[in-house]
Ligand binder design. Structure first.
Ligand code: PGA
Length: 263
């Protein structure tokens, strides 16, 4: 299957739309702004709070807009209070799922083993996992960035076969660069490129060069319409995971357009 577009932008709306009114207002603004954009080489995946997924899918899915969620469980049904499986997500219009986000790793103690089980579940059910990896501030200061990236990749992708790896998106998201952790701090071009090369080498060693070239590697952490050229174009990375800036639909669309225009 894989992902056929050149660029992927993921909007992680977190809990930024806390009520139906907020969700409706975001949708209205998005639908109005979207009229001025038509992207061919870029796919935009919007991940609203899951309770609004169905409505978002009905109102905005199109040839270049897909929907996703910010988490899932590793079973489709059963006695799992409060959980959501791949089949529920796909039957509500979602095709992508963000996994292993640092906010879940830190706040909810989600670990690599859990992420690995969720990845296997999504792939079995034909959905695309967006796997977040990246070092904390302390790990960076201790010079452990490369070790952390390799360990997370190794553990999270343990069960993923050659036949399925191209359905996975890898997102390098240094925890210290997320806007809610450290405003105004993003990695240098060299730091992002270093991480990208390391991820690519890991993928090439495990899955072969051809797959490594095709797998989407994206960057997340304080991305907006002002730094998108630096963090994605200068680093030749395939797209972005956008948190805070995705709350403003026009900014989100401008991020997509910048990628579209430059590749
Ligand atoms: P940010 O969030 O763009 O607000 O830094 C990104 C994320 O946490 O996914």
């Amino acid at each position: 299957m894989g992902i056929n577009k050149k660029n992927v932008v993921i909007a992680n709306l977190k809990m930024y739309l806390p009520s139906r009114n907020d969700a409706d207002r975001w949708l209205e603004n998005f639908i109005r702004a979207k009229k001025n954009f038509n992207l061919e080489q870029t796919i935009l995946v919007i991940c609203p709070p899951v309770i609004f997924l169905n409505e978002f899918a009905k109102k905005i899915a199109s040839s270049w807009i897909d929907l996703g969620t910010q988490n899932c469980f590793w079973e489709n049904e059963g006695s799992y209070t409060g959980e959501i499986g791949a089949r529920m997500i796909s039957s509500s219009g979602g095709k992508f799922v963000i996994l292993g986000h640092s906010e879940r790793r830190i706040e909810l103690k989600e670990n690599n083993q859990m992420v690995a089980k969720k990845i296997a579940h999504l792939l079995k059910n034909g959905l695309h996992p967006i796997v977040c990896i990246g070092e904390t501030n302390m790990e960076k200061e201790q010079d452990k960035t490369m070790d952390v990236i390799l360990y997370q990749l190794e553990e999270c992708l343990k069960e993923v076969s050659r036949g399925k790896i191209e359905d996975v998106i890898i997102c390098y998201e240094p925890v210290w660069a997320i806007s809610s952790n450290q405003p105004n701090r993003s990695p240098s071009v060299n730091e992002i490129m270093g991480a990208k090369l390391l991820i690519k080498k890991f993928l090439a060693d495990k899955y072969g060069l051809r797959s490594a070239e095709r797998i989407k590697i994206i960057y997340g952490g304080s991305v907006d319409d002002k730094n998108i050229e630096k963090v994605c174009l200068e680093t030749k990375i395939s797209g972005a995971l956008v948190g805070k800036a995705s709350t403003i639909p026009h900014t989100l669309l401008r991020i997509c357009q910048t990628l579209e225009d430059n590749k």
